[in-house]
Ligand binder design. Structure first.
Ligand code: ADP
Ligand code: MG
Length: 239
């Protein structure tokens, strides 16, 4: 399952501080879209607004054409993948994945089915009874992704999920994310400040700077035809 996401004239202010200014973008169903920009440009804030963890100050956000910006997070059909350190240390892998579903009243048999599917998809079925502290960093990150998969979202939202993995593991997990996208076909919205991640994962890259979108395009387009000096410098386009 996958959904389109429409972001229309979205502005975000914290008091007098404007952190995002008039952002508009249509994400296609099934697309792997990457928001790329330096620290502080508003990437996390935008993702958190799609997830429903932050209010929109102005503008609207829709999923499959239905306005969601006033709906609670659980009702939007999207799921955020949090950093792996957000796992509950006292729960097993299976419990970590089931927890959110029990809260929203999904039947036990259905929960088991979904946990099994997520564990198989992520190749962590042999780890279901372990506690997070017995897992490697990469395994923990997969459990964090599993927590989103069991919600059966139409779109996954990732906020720099690879940033606290070492270089080798980052490369491998990046590949696995691409495979996951291929297997599930879900819309992927991925935030990073890492150009290589963006270039290798994205169908389209949204380059952000200073509260705004600088350019939207395929990795090749932004690399070959950067719209601004900032984009050229940021993605390392040849001069
Ligand atoms: P990024 O994820 O691109 O690094 P963020 O979305 O985290 O950027 O932050 C964008 C800007 O909004 C930053 O200047 C940050 O300090 C500010 N900001 C984020 N959250 C809050 C908040 N709750 N209150 C005030 N300012 C915030
Ligand atoms: Mg951030």
């Amino acid at each position: 399952m996958s959904a389109s996401i429409e972001i229309t004239n979205v502005t975000k202010r914290y008091g007098a501080l404007t952190v995002l200014s008039d952002i508009s973008l249509a994400i296609s169903a099934g697309e792997f879209i990457v928001f790329l920009g330096p620290s502080g440009c508003g990437k996390s804030t935008l993702l958190r607004m799609i997830a429903g963890l932050e209010d929109v100050t102005e503008g609207t956000i829709s999923v499959d054409g239905v306005r969601v910006d006033t709906l609670p997070p659980g009702k939007r059909g999207v799921a955020m993948v949090f950093q792996s350190y957000a796992l509950y240390p006292h729960m097993t892998v299976a419990q970590n994945m089931s927890f959110g579903l029990e809260n929203i009243g999904v039947a036990k048999a259905e929960i088991e089915k979904r946990v099994r599917f997520a564990a198989d998809t992520l190749e962590i079925a042999h780890l279901l009874d372990r506690k997070p502290q017995k897992l490697s960093g990469g395994q923990r990150q997969r459990v964090a992704i599993g927590r989103a998969i069991v919600k059966e979202p139409k779109a996954f939202l990732f906020d720099e999920p690879l940033s606290n993995l070492d270089a080798a593991l980052r490369g491998r997990t990046r590949l696995e994310l691409a495979q996951l996208h291929g297997r599930l076909g879900s819309t992927m919205v991925f935030v990073t400040h890492d150009q290589v991640e963006a270039m290798t994962l994205a169908d389209r890259i949204v380059i952000m700077q200073d509260r705004r979108i600088e350019q939207i395009g395929t990795p090749m387009e932004v690399y070959r035809r950067p719209a601004t000096r900032f984009v050229a410098a940021f993605v390392g386009s040849p001069a």
